[in-house]
Design a protein around this ligand. Sequence first.
Ligand SMILES: [Fe+2]
Ligand SMILES: [Fe+2]
Length: 234
Amino acid sequence: MDNDRRRFLYASTMFGMSAMGVAAVEGRGEEKARDESSEPEAGISAAEDLMREHGVLNRILLIYEEGLRRIRVNEEVAPEVFSKTAALVREFVEDYHEKLEENFIFPEFEKAGKLADLVKTLREQHQAGRRATNVVMRVSAPDQFLKGDAREQLLIACEGFIRMYRPHEAREDTVLFPALHSIIPAKRLLELGEQFEAEEDKLFGGKGFEKTVEQVAVIERHLGIYDLAKFTPK
Ligand SMILES: [Fe+2]
Ligand SMILES: [Fe+2]
């Protein structure tokens, strides 16, 4: 067994164990938290909903960055770091969050003839993001992950994804969403928030945001980047 393969298998096993262990431990705590705040998320406006979903995307970008750093310095990294993260991107970011933007938010700007160029670029970037995720999914399959050219494609796809999504979500947060108030009445915005909740329930059986945050935290713990204090400069 060569060193790469041994390191890969070790990392995979560790990932499986820690993922299950953390989920079991965290599950109990979250259950309690959920009971205490079982109020429906009434009153969360559409923009706030989308912005906290960007928080999930940001944590996903940090996971990709840590995965890439490990590959570059030849540290062990399990393919699941990429494959599970890409699956979360597909399910939560692309098939949920971006569908909300494409179906409910962008059309409002297109109808009002506002920020047309920005919306066009945002739509194109959603498609580019999907293409990058397709690559990450393909090359993080266990039989692909150790191959040199697959690694190269993984690096290019993840780097491109990170580079695009930082400005993409920042532009939505600072330009697009703040402008929503000028084209949609406040009452309609709250209704949109409720529609978003309904979509979330339909896709995830409720608590899609919370469930996704939990899954992101499992991967962060596995990578040793969960502890926020670690990011404070000494
Ligand atoms: Fe977007
Ligand atoms: Fe977004």
